[in-house]
Write a protein that binds this ligand. Structure first.
Ligand code: SF4
Length: 402
């Protein structure tokens, strides 16, 4: 039996096991015990300002809502349920996850969907990361892309940027300042009208083929089983730079350095993707929030392309034998809406995809529901994820080489 976990106005967490909390799965309801796990290491609790948590007895007065941001490797199953008070501030871009107390211990509505040593929480001794970054920058001082990932490693704690300096796993290769989408919750560039800070500052220059190739070659020569990925959180859409990316791939291939060249993209331009494939791309991860045209368009606000182009890019990469992953930006009440699962089934049953990464979409839930609408018939996130597996597709959270 779950009890209420809530905050006081200072953000301190309290438990009230006599109060039965409600959660939001697109429809406000009681959480199932099967949806709850003890809060894993790396969870970040968050006070929900101006929001009263909902219980079976109604809004809990003089108490504030609590949500948790999950660590990498977990997918959120339910949102916190609350009543928002007049003048409550908009919530910044985080993955708000329902939390409660069970047997005097904090629990969250989540499931583990991937495991990788490379994505476990990191802790550096005082100055340790700076020393490593400065030493590497000194080896290639004119490389602007390297300087960008140094900023991302230090300021944003970006794992793929840090990997360039820690010489492990998947390395970041950001090259594109522009984008042909205007995602409502873009992490590098929000609308000026939105009174919220974007978590990262968008790249301001066109990275060159030579700059990114030098980083990839060094990484491949020093890291066994390495991945180098174009398309990072700090940039726009990499397919707008497909000529430079294709040239960089050719430079890396020519060097003979062994590694996986991956492209994270919104998949908007199948022709530009074809250019990268012909140059020797190994893997692609295509992002989308929905397999339904209207729900996709409402969030991505695509410029001169549609969801059909995105799905065509998936088919193109699949037919070319690439390792294909989908970066599905999941949100309870949207991803598990029966109509959404049916649209997903129709596509995944007819197109080879190696993995669906069920990432948690970071956005204020009320803002997202106001953008794409609340569901008709949510089947539950756990059921939606099991449905993906039933189509013979692996579920994960990170880009793997195998
Ligand atoms: S595709 Fe990426 S960079 Fe472009 S608007 Fe969306 S989140 Fe931002």
């Amino acid at each position: 039996m779950s009890g209420l976990a809530y905050c006081d106005k200072r953000g301190r967490i309290f438990f009230d096991e006599s109060s039965a909390p409600l959660a939001d799965g697109g429809i406000v309801r009681t959480p199932d015990a099967a949806e709850l796990i003890p809060a894993p290491d790396g969870c970040v609790p968050m006070l929900l300002p101006g929001r009263r948590p909902l219980t079976q007895r109604g809004p809990a007065q003089r108490r504030f809502g609590l949500a948790v941001a999950l660590p990498a490797g977990y997918t959120r199953l339910l949102l916190p349920a609350y009543v928002k008070e007049e003048g409550a501030p908009a919530l910044p871009l985080f993955g708000y996850t329902f939390a409660c107390v069970v047997d005097d211990r904090l629990h969250v509505a989540a499931m583990r969907t991937d495991e990788s040593e490379d994505w476990t929480p990191r802790y550096f001794a005082e100055g340790e990361l700076d020393r490593i970054v400065d030493r590497r920058l000194g080896l290639d001082p004119s490389n602007r892309v390297l300087a960008q990932v140094a900023l991302c490693a230090r300021e944003y704690g970006c794992f793929t940027a840090q990997n360039v300096f820690l010489e492990r796993g998947e390395a970041a290769l950001p090259v594109s300042p522009k984008c042909n989408a205007r995602c409502v919750g873009c992490i590098s560039e929000l609308d000026a009208s939105v009174d919220l800070p974007a978590p990262q500052t968008r790249l301001t220059f066109d990275g060159t083929a030579e700059e990114s190739a030098r980083i990839a070659i060094q990484h491949f020569e020093r890291v066994p089983g390495a991945i180098a990925s174009f398309g990072q959180g700090c940039e726009g859409e990499p397919l707008l730079r497909s000529i430079a990316i294709a040239k960089a791939i050719e430079l890396v291939r020519t060097s003979g350095a062994p590694g996986t060249i991956n492209l994270n993209t919104n998949g908007s331009m199948p022709g530009a993707l074809r250019r990268c494939i012909d140059a020797g791309l190994h893997a692609v991860r295509i992002s989308l929030n929905s397999f339904r045209t209207a729900t996709y368009a409402a969030y991505y606000r695509p410029q001169n392309y549609t969801l059909d182009d995105v799905l065509e890019s998936v088919r193109e990469a699949s037919a070319a034998g690439l390792r294909v992953s989908l970066n599905l930006l999941t949100h309870p009440g949207v991803t598990d809406d029966a109509e959404e699962v049916a649209a997903m089934a129709k596509f995944l049953r007819n197109t080879r995809v190696d993995m669906v990464q069920t990432r948690t979409l970071n956005i204020d839930p009320e803002w997202y529901f106001a953008t794409v609408g609340r569901p008709q018939e949510p089947i539950g996130m756990r059921a939606a994820i099991e449905a993906i597996r039933s189509f013979g597709v692996r579920v994960g959270n990170f880009t793997h080489t195998h």
